[in-house]
Design a protein around this ligand. Structure first.
Ligand SMILES: [Mg+2]
Length: 231
């Protein structure tokens, strides 16, 4: 017996956009977070930077927020954590934390009523904090701890040939997925055509962790502008 709840809506294409280094300037977010943190506590900065570098080299995202929060919790100062978070969100919003083309891409998706959501990999607390700081509270978003987003997306493809979208993406179904992401590893296990991907990466400034092989239905582009032009 089929006990599946009927999908509420069906769309042809669902666009999934990555957050770190696709929409947002992650280095700037971390820099501002560390600057604000230093107003409250003395962080062992060299240690933080070393951990960050080590983690980045492995292609992961350093869990800065948990590090600072745990540090404050150990000293029974979680009230400072609350103030710090609020100040980080407030000050970030006064700055532009988005990469070139990010606002336009989201504007074009909204304008043309193209269903979309942000799929970001990393520690949930730090990712949610950065999403809020970048002003994405109102966008459908999922934080995953699976760096191979393609495998996660493929798991949504059911026997009816449709992608059954998670509730965080509004539920419903889609015939195909378009994934926009800077990192090759994100496309591992990505579904075949008609789904497709854009790896947005300037090879002149790419980090080793962003590089790697991608499936044949993933196109390399240098800027978000090229993605916008092809929508
Ligand atoms: Mg990224």
């Amino acid at each position: 017996m089929n006990t599946l709840v009927q999908p509420t809506s069906s769309t042809d294409t669902f666009y999934i956009v990555d957050f770190d280094r696709t929409l947002a300037d992650s280095d700037k977010l971390l820099q501002v977070f560390i600057e604000i943190t230093n107003q409250y506590i003395v962080l062992p900065l060299s240690q933080v930077e070393k951990i960050d570098t080590d983690v980045k080299a492995k292609g992961d995202s350093f869990d800065t927020a948990s590090y600072v929060r745990n540090h404050l919790a150990d000293q029974d100062q979680l009230d400072i954590w609350d103030r710090l978070q609020k100040q980080f969100i407030h000050e970030s919003r006064a700055l532009n934390m988005l990469l070139p083309g990010a606002s336009e891409l989201l504007h074009v998706l909204n304008q043309n009523q193209l269903s979309h959501g942000i799929l970001t990999y990393g520690n949930p607390m730090w990712q949610h904090l950065k999403l809020a700081a970048a002003g994405f509270n109102h966008v459908h978003r999922i934080v995953t701890t699976n760096k191979h987003k393609g495998l996660l997306i493929s798991s949504w493809l059911k026997e009816d040939g449709l992608f059954h979208l998670p509730q965080e993406f509004g539920g419903g179904t889609a015939h195909k997925i378009v994934l926009i992401d800077d990192k090759a590893a994100s496309f591992e296990g990505f579904p075949s055509k008609p789904s497709m991907g854009y790896q947005v990466l300037d090879l002149a400034t790419a980090l080793p962790a962003q590089l790697g092989d991608v499936p044949s239905n993933v196109m390399h582009v240098t800027t978000l502008r090229e993605v916008i032009d092809s929508l």
